[in-house]
Each structure stands twice: as structure tokens, then as C-alpha cells.
Design a protein around this ligand. Structure first.
Ligand SMILES: Nc1nc2c(ncn2[C@@H]2O[C@H](COP(=O)(O)OP(=O)(O)OP(=O)(O)O)[C@@H](O)[C@H]2O)c(=O)[nH]1
Ligand SMILES: [Mg+2]
Length: 454
């Protein structure tokens, strides 16, 4: 096992160093992040491993505040006639008393960079290229370690990337990466590690392993996300409740089923958040969709469906088709004829006949509640949109997730996947029903088919 590559994350105060570490380590709890300067006071490290082997160590450092004064001080450390190179000058500085007093914070940064293989120099790209940043870079360059500038805040509209590129080139820094820690580009980490590989040739194999592992994990997360959503949809499509045909009991059952579906959706939200290593307060099903950045509406609010352009209550009147009465559409749910309980929503008359009159008789006076297509569409739209947002969200993000209108026409009004129609006829496929048999081979098959369609 070789030593992991050590990187010091350095830069001016409040430019997003700790935020970058959060995103690279996918750890929302790393360090302390604040809009105030001088938040990080000590060096703190995090390690990235692949298959148990540590490949990379990242060290967060306090922000530099007064590089102009420090550079002055360093220049005055040389005795008359003496010419020290950068590391020798810094060595002298670090042994002196000012490194424990006036420049205590700066000394921590320089010690860490000297002990590392390279530095990531984080830049707030919205800032003009001021003299203090040039002096900062000169002080840091004195460590004699490769520096890779990281342009943060490039997702903001007012960034000054061209100015920074030019200024960095004039200082001899030609490689740089754009990496917004809150909204990182999809290939951001790969580019960052590839650029490091150019600066640190011997670290290239380790960095390549890291890149491949991260790609594999990203794929695995996406697949798991589709699985979670497919489970949710199958659960809701196959869900049904029998209720005595009596108004008060029906009303209670309707409210109960709605509650069950809402909770089931929230479970999916929680599972997606956990899968992507975000906190539960980052999103909640109650404030899911979805117009003009507003996720304000309830799953069963007809307005929500309308806003999304989802047709409500096509309600395929299965009961009517079998001659057993007309289904009522009750805001996202269908109150149907229970003669069809269990087997047949998709299958129709033949199955109904096979039930025999004894069973049909027993079911007389019962009705049955199911979840409308419109609500299934809405669930799919919301959860897919959430998964997508989580996939591209940096772990430095502090705001709650905001989603726009989904550009997802297939789920809005296209044909629903066959797996969901099948599920309607298999109550035992829903974990929300009593007597669920979730490991049935046919259910697994349909689940897999649904995952493919997501
Ligand atoms: N929009 C946006 N905000 C960011 C980004 N990176 C950091 N921030 C915000 O900028 C502020 C400073 O971030 P920190 O990560 O604490 O910065 P730091 O460089 O570690 O600061 P010190 O430890 O004080 O030197 C916080 O309010 C972050 O939420 C980014 O890429 N985009
Ligand atoms: Mg910090």
C-alpha cells in the first residue's frame, strides 16, 4: 500500500475552501461553513478511500487574511546580500516568533502546504483580481509545491473567469479547474483529478482509480434511485382498500388512503436523500412540486396536478367495464366497485366470471379505493425531478432544494408503463396492502422493467 496523496486546500478567507471539501467528500457535516470570514481556525483532514485503501487526503485550512503584510515580512527576513529561495525563506519564518503570533493563522496554512504533495487554491471567481490575491499566490508559491487553482462560484452570473485566467497565467499558473461547490459540473471531479494528475505524474494511477470509483458509485446511485422510485410507484399502483359502501366510512377510508400515500412518498424522499447523503431537512415531500420554484402543494390537491398538466382521473372505470357499476373519482383516488377486488383491474370480464357468484356476493355492499393514474404520474414526476436535483447538488449547498417544472412529457401524459397496469391487478405486490408478497418473481420482473423505463 502506498501513501495516500496529500492535498492542502488553501486560499483567501471565505472563498469556499470548507465548502469544496464538503462536496469532494460528499459530507454535508464536514467542518463549519459560514458566510462570515475566518470560520475555519484549524487544519482538518478528510480521507477518500477506494476498496478500503486510502488514496487521497484533503486538508482544510484557515483562510488567508493578510498576505500583503506577510509578503512584506518575508521579504525583510533576508539578511543583506542574502538570497533565499521560497522554501528556505518560509522555513526561517516558521521558526521565528511571528509565526506564533501575528501570522499564526497563515503559518498553519503554510505548514500544511509544505507537508502536502500539492495545493488546491480556491478562488471566489466573482471577486476582481486584487493585489492581495496576487501576494497570497506568491507567498503560497514559496512552498515549492504544485498549485491547482479552483474557480469557485462559477455558477453565479457575475463571475470573472476570464480575468482570473489571465492573471493566473501571468503568474505561471496555466492549469486550472472550474468547480462550483454548490452546483458542481457533472464531470467536475474527474477534471479536477485529471488536472492534478498532470501536475503530479506519480499520483496519476491513484487518481485514475479514484475517478473510476467515483464514476461507478455515481452510476450505482442512479440505479438505486430508479429502484426506489419504481418501488414507490408499484406500491401505490397496487394499493387498494376495501370499504363498506356507506358515506361516512368511505370518507374516512379516502382520507386514510391519502395519508398512506403521502407517507409512502415521504419515505421515498427520505430514502433518496439518504442515498445521496443529504440531510432530511434538505427536502420534504410536502413541499415537493413544482411551479416557479415552488414546491408547495399537496399530492392530492387537484391544482397541483393541473399546474403540472397532468390529467386527473382518466380513472379507467374497470368496474363499469365489468358491468358492476360506475367508479367515482374522488380527488386522486378512485372509489370503485369491489366486485373486482383483488384480481382484475387490467384483466376484465373473464376473470370476473371465474370468481364465481359466491365470492361476488360476499363482496356486495363493498367498494374499493385505488390510486388514480394522475397521482401516479405526479409521484413519478416529483421523485424523478428530486433524484435529478440530488444527483447534481453539491454537498456544500445550504439552501433547501428548489425545483422547477419538470420537462418530463412522457410521464405527464404518455402511456403509463405496462408494469403499473399489471400492478393494479396484483394487490399482493404493494407493501401498503395486508398480505403483501414482495419477493414474488413476477413482481421483481415488473419492478425491473419499470426501473428501465425510469
Ligand atoms: N453560491 C455559492 N456559495 C458558496 C460556494 N462556495 C461557498 N459558498 C458560500 O460561501 C461562504 C463561505 O464558505 P466557506 O466554505 O465557509 O469558506 P471558507 O473558504 O472555508 O471560509 P473560511 O474558513 O472562513 O476561510 C458560505 O456562506 C458558503 O455557503 C459556491 O460555490 N456557491
Ligand atoms: Mg473554512
Amino acid at each position: 500500500m502506498t501513501e495516500p496523496l496529500k492535498l492542502a486546500v488553501v486560499g483567501h478567507t471565505n472563498v469556499g475552501k470548507t465548502s469544496l471539501l464538503r462536496t469532494l467528500t460528499r459530507d454535508v457535516g464536514f467542518g463549519e461553513v459560514s458566510h462570515r470570514p475566518s470560520t475555519t481556525r484549524h487544519v482538518e483532514g478528510a480521507r477518500l478511500s477506494v476498496a478500503g485503501e486510502p488514496l487521497l487526503e484533503l486538508y482544510d485550512t484557515p483562510g488567508l487574511e493578510d498576505a500583503i503584510a506577510l509578503l512584506d515580512y518575508l521579504e525583510r527576513l533576508e539578511r543583506p546580500g542574502e538570497r533565499l529561495d521560497g522554501p528556505a525563506r518560509l522555513e526561517r519564518f516558521l521558526q521565528g516568533s511571528e509565526a506564533r503570533q501575528r501570522f499564526e493563522q497563515e503559518a498553519k496554512v503554510l505548514r500544511q502546504l509544505l507537508a502536502s504533495d500539492a495545493g488546491l487554491y480556491v478562488i471566489d471567481a466573482r471577486e476582481p483580481v486584487l493585489a492581495k490575491y496576487r501576494d497570497e499566490l506568491e507567498v503560497l508559491a514559496g512552498c515549492g509545491k504544485p498549485l491547482l487553482p479552483v474557480l469557485n462560484f462559477v455558477a453565479s452570473s457575475n463571475h470573472r473567469e476570464p480575468d482570473w485566467r489571465e492573471a493566473l497565467a501571468r503568474l505561471g499558473l496555466h492549469a486550472l479547474v472550474r468547480f462550483d461547490s454548490v452546483a458542481p459540473p457533472e464531470d467536475g471531479e474527474r477534471r479536477l483529478y485529471e488536472s492534478l494528475g498532470i501536475l503530479l505524474e506519480s499520483a496519476r494511477p491513484a487518481l485514475q482509480r479514484l475517478i473510476e470509483d467515483q464514476q461507478a458509485q455515481r452510476e450505482a446511485r442512479r440505479h438505486s434511485a430508479r429502484q426506489l422510485i419504481a418501488e414507490l410507484l408499484l406500491d401505490c399502483a397496487a394499493c387498494r382498500r376495501s370499504v363498506v359502501a356507506e358515506p361516512a366510512q368511505e370518507a374516512a377510508a379516502i382520507e386514510q388512503l391519502r395519508q398512506t400515500i403521502r407517507q409512502r412518498e415521504q419515505r421515498c424522499v427520505d430514502a433518496l436523500l439518504k442515498l445521496y447523503a443529504f440531510r432530511s431537512q434538505d427536502a420534504s415531500a410536502e413541499d415537493l412540486p413544482l411551479l416557479d420554484g415552488r414546491w408547495g402543494d399537496d399530492l392530492f390537491n387537484p391544482e397541483t396536478l393541473k399546474l403540472l398538466g397532468v390529467r386527473l382521473g382518466s380513472g379507467v372505470a374497470a368496474g363499469a367495464a365489468a358491468g358492476a357499476g360506475v367508479d367515482l373519482l374522488v380527488g386522486g383516488l378512485t372509489l370503485g366497485a369491489a366486485a373486482l377486488a383483488g384480481a382484475i383491474a387490467g384483466g376484465a370480464l373473464q376473470t370476473a366470471r371465474n370468481y364465481g357468484s359466491r365470492l361476488l356476493g360476499k363482496l356486495k355492499g363493498q367498494r374499493e379505493l385505488t390510486v388514480d393514474d394522475g397521482v401516479l404520474r405526479l409521484l413519478a414526476l416529483r421523485q424523478r425531478q428530486l433524484a435529478h436535483a440530488l444527483d447534481s447538488r453539491g454537498h456544500a449547498a445550504q439552501d433547501r432544494i428548489k425545483l422547477g417544472t419538470p420537462q418530463d412529457n412522457s410521464w405527464r401524459d404518455g402511456k403509463l408503463p405496462e408494469a403499473l397496469n399489471k400492478a393494479r391487478a396484483h394487490p399482493q405486490w404493494s407493501s401498503l396492502n395486508a398480505g403483501a408478497r414482495l419477493s414474488q418473481a413476477e413482481r421483481q420482473e415488473q419492478l425491473e422493467a419499470l426501473v428501465q423505463e425510469l
